[in-house]
Ligand binder design. Structure first.
Ligand code: B1M
Length: 235
């Protein structure tokens, strides 16, 4: 986008009162407008909003609406990927400020698509929605071997391990990872969440996961709840 167009657009957004601008962020996130989200993020910061407030009230608020409509079949994958991309544009501006001010992420997740599987759209969506909800996400990518998951868990010390599989031939590998965690005495150190189109609740239980998540919005809800429960139990 040219400087001129950006200035014109920021000028219009800048004319809005705070509450109107937040409503506009909700609409622009919904429509996947990354440049507008970046512009609105900058405006709110320039008005003295704390980065955490911009994140919670504007960006996460907007992504919650997207998440609900995705879950309810009103929005579909392309729209959600665009929304997530727009969210990322705002997050990119906030991230360094949040790091400076030391705002704690609400939790951390290591996620990857399992060995033998290269599908990553759903996993990426989960990662983006989790980031949108305030989690720190370490994405191991596709075709992830048990050893790579475990090395990442040891390095990043997250609360959550997330695994994705889209093939009936690769989903059993989740059990291999969980069994490897058990064998190394690490299973109880992590919340294990699994997802992917061919999985279901029963499969999640059978492989020994803590939760099966049918979609990205569910993953966020479940992650928040399980992290809270775990912290409460350990307090
Ligand atoms: Co493939 N593919 N594919 N594919 N592909 C499927 C999965 C398939 C169902 C298509 C079909 O035949 N109808 C079929 C699997 C059949 C089966 O196993 N029963 C299949 C096949 C067979 C294959 C190949 C073997 C084809 C071939 O080469 N002969 C091959 C496999 C390669 C491999 O992995 N080794 C293959 C390849 C590919 C592409 C590369 C072309 C491409 C992937 C591109 C990419 O991911 N970058 C692709 C695609 C796009 C699909 C379909 C069409 C769409 C998958 C998708 O992205 N869905 C798919 C058919 C379908 O599902 N309709 C298909 C959208 C995505 C948002 O949903 O991933 O389910 P999903 O994620 C959701 C939830 O499941 C959940 O949240 C997400 C968001 O709401 N979730 C999690 C997912 N992971 C989670 C992790 C969590 C929590 C929730 O952790 C906490």
């Amino acid at each position: 986008m040219s400087q001129q167009v950006e200035e014109k657009q920021e000028l219009v957004l800048a004319d809005l009162a705070d509450d109107e601008l937040v409503e506009q962020v909700f609409d622009d996130l919904y429509d996947g407008l990354a440049d507008e989200i970046a512009a609105a993020t900058r405006i709110l910061l320039a008005r003295g909003w704390e980065a955490k407030r911009v994140l919670d009230e504007a960006l996460v608020g907007g992504m919650n609406i997207v998440g609900v409509d995705f879950r309810d079949g009103i929005l579909f994958v392309p729209e959600v990927l665009l929304a997530a991309n727009a969210m990322k544009a705002g997050m990119a501006i906030l991230k360094p400020i949040l790091a400076e001010t030391g705002a704690e992420p609400i939790g951390k997740m290591v996620i990857g698509t399992v060995k033998g599987d290269i599908h990553d759209i759903g996993k990426n969506l989960v990662g983006m929605m989790m980031e949108g909800a305030g989690f720190e996400v370490v994405d191991l990518g596709i075709n992830t071997h048990a050893d790579a998951y475990i090395a990442a868990l040891r390095e990043h010390k997250p609360e959550i391990l997330g695994m994705s599989a889209l093939l009936t031939t690769t989903m059993p590998y989740m059990k291999v990872v969980i069994d490897t965690l058990k064998a190394q005495g690490l299973r109880d150190d992590y919340i294990v969440m699994v997802g992917g189109a061919p999985l279901n609740e029963e499969f999640g239980k059978a492989v020994g996961a803590d939760a099966y998540c049918r979609d990205a919005a569910t993953a966020v809800e479940v992650a928040k709840r399980l992290v809270q429960e775990r912290r409460a139990a350990r307090a």
